[in-house]
Design a protein around this ligand. Structure first.
Ligand SMILES: NC(=O)c1ccc[n+]([C@@H]2O[C@H](COP(=O)([O-])OP(=O)(O)OC[C@H]3O[C@@H](n4cnc5c(N)ncnc54)[C@H](O)[C@@H]3O)[C@@H](O)[C@H]2O)c1
Length: 340
C-alpha cells in the first residue's frame, strides 16, 4: 500500500476569511477548503470572522463545512472576536466590510470601512504570523489594504494586497468571447490602478492564440480599435453594476473565484504568467508611490514582482494617471478618517 507521507507530515496553516457569513465567503470557503488555493496536500485550520448579529448564520455555515466532509480542513474556528480570528494566521482573506446603504455617500462608506481595516491592521500586527499574506477584497479594496498595512507596521508592506483579479478575469473573458477562443488562449490582460470605475483594463500587451492557432497581439486579432478603446474598457469597468442590475446582488461566485486565483498565484507562483494585483506602489510607471496600485506582476517564492519595461502610450498614460489621482484622494480621506 502506498502511504502519502507528504500529506501526513504537512503542518496545518491557519487561514482567515472575514465576512464569513456573507455572499462571497459562501463560495470562497469551499474553494479554499477544497485545496484549490494552498494545495490539496496542505491541511488548514479555517478561521472565520463575522460580526455578532451574524452569529447564527455563521453557525449554519460551520454546519455545512462539516457536512462537506473536506479532507484538508482540520478545524474551524468561527468567531466574532477579532483577536481570536487573527491569532497565528498565515493567510487572510479580508472580505467583510460594511455595504453601501441607500443615500450613503462614497465618502461615508470609505470612512466606515477604513475604520474596520484599521482595527484589523492592528490585529494583524499583534496576533498574526509576521509572514502572513493578506488579500483585501472588501471595498474600497485598495485603500482598505493601504490602511491595514499602515496599522500593521511589524508586517512587511509587500505582504498586503488588494483584489483586482476579478477585473482581470472579466477582461480576459471579454476578449476570449470576442475572439471565439477558450479563456486559456488569452494572456497578459492588465488592470492598472484602483478597483473602481477609474481602473484601466489594458490590452496593449495582451496576446491571444486565435481559433486558427496563430499567436497574435489582441489588438491585431480583434482588429477593432473603437471596440477595444471604448466598449471593452467600459464593459469591464461597469461589470459589477451590470451583475447587480441582473441578479439584484453583487458579484459573489466570480469574486470568490478571483480571490482564490489571486491567493493561489501568490502562494504557489505564476511560472512567469502576468497577473494583476493591487500592491504597494514604488512609483513604477510614474504612478503615485505609497498607494495600493494594481500592476501586472509575476509571483515566485510567495513574493510578487512588478513587470517592468512596458511601453505606455499617451492614451494609457492619461488613464494610469487618472486612477492614480483617485487613489491619492482616497488615501488622504482614509488617513483623515482613521486619525479623526
Ligand atoms: N475587490 C473586488 O473585486 C470585489 C468584488 C466583489 C465584492 N467586493 C466587496 O467585497 C465585500 C463583501 O461582499 P459580499 O457580497 O460578500 O457582502 P455581504 O454583505 O454578503 O457580506 C459581507 C459580510 O461581512 C460582514 N462584516 C461586516 N463588517 C465586518 C467586520 N467588521 N468584521 C467581519 N465581518 C464583517 C457582514 O456581517 C457580512 O456577513 C464588499 O465590500 C464588496 O463591495 C469586492
Amino acid at each position: 500500500m502506498k502511504i502519502r507521507l507528504d500529506f501526513l507530515q504537512a503542518e496545518p496553516i491557519r487561514v482567515l476569511i472575514t465576512g464569513a457569513a456573507g455572499q462571497i465567503a459562501y463560495s470562497l470557503i469551499y474553494m479554499v477548503s477544497s485545496g484549490e488555493v494552498f494545495g490539496k496536500d496542505q491541511p488548514i485550520i479555517l478561521h472565520l470572522l463575522d460580526i455578532p448579529p451574524m452569529t447564527k448564520v455563521l453557525e449554519g455555515v460551520c454546519m455545512e463545512i462539516n457536512d462537506c466532509a473536506l479532507p484538508i480542513v482540520r478545524e474551524v474556528v468561527a468567531t466574532t472576536n477579532v483577536a481570536e480570528a487573527f491569532k497565528d494566521i498565515s493567510a487572510a482573506f479580508l472580505v467583510g466590510a460594511m455595504p453601501r446603504k441607500q443615500g450613503m455617500e462614497r465618502k461615508d462608506l470609505l470612512s466606515a470601512n477604513v475604520r474596520i481595516f484599521k482595527e484589523q491592521g492592528q490585529a494583524l500586527d499583534q496576533h498574526a504570523k509576521k509572514d502572513v499574506k493578506v488579500l483585501v477584497v472588501g471595498n474600497p479594496a485598495n485603500t482598505n489594504a493601504l490602511i491595514c498595512s499602515k496599522y500593521a507596521p511589524s508586517i512587511p508592506k509587500e505582504n498586503f494586497s488588494a483584489m483586482t483579479r476579478l477585473d482581470q478575469n472579466r477582461g480576459q473573458s471579454q476578449i476570449a468571447v470576442r475572439c471565439g477562443v477558450p479563456i486559456t488562449n488569452v494572456k497578459n490582460v492588465i488592470i492598472w490602478g484602483n478597483h473602481s470605475s477609474t481602473q484601466y483594463p489594458d490590452i496593449n500587451h495582451a496576446e491571444v492564440i486565435t481559433a486558427g492557432g496563430d499567436k497574435k497581439k489582441v489588438r491585431d486579432a480583434v482588429n477593432d480599435d473603437a471596440w477595444l478603446n471604448d466598449t471593452f474598457i467600459s464593459t469591464v469597468q461597469k461589470r459589477g453594476a451590470a451583475v447587480i442590475a441582473a441578479r439584484g446582488l453583487s458579484s459573489a461566485m466570480s469574486a470568490a473565484k478571483a480571490a482564490s486565483d489571486h491567493m493561489r498565484d501568490w502562494w504557489q507562483g505564476t511560472d512567469g504568467r502576468w497577473v494583476s494585483m493591487g500592491v504597494f506602489s514604488d512609483g513604477s510607471y510614474g504612478t503615485p508611490a505609497e498607494v495600493m496600485y494594481s500592476f501586472p506582476v509575476t509571483c515566485a517564492n510567495k513574493k510578487w514582482t512588478i513587470v517592468q519595461g512596458l511601453a505606455i502610450d499617451d492614451f494609457s498614460r492619461q488613464k494610469l494617471d487618472s486612477t492614480g489621482n483617485e487613489l491619492m484622494e482616497e488615501r488622504g480621506e482614509a488617513i483623515a478618517a482613521c486619525e479623526a
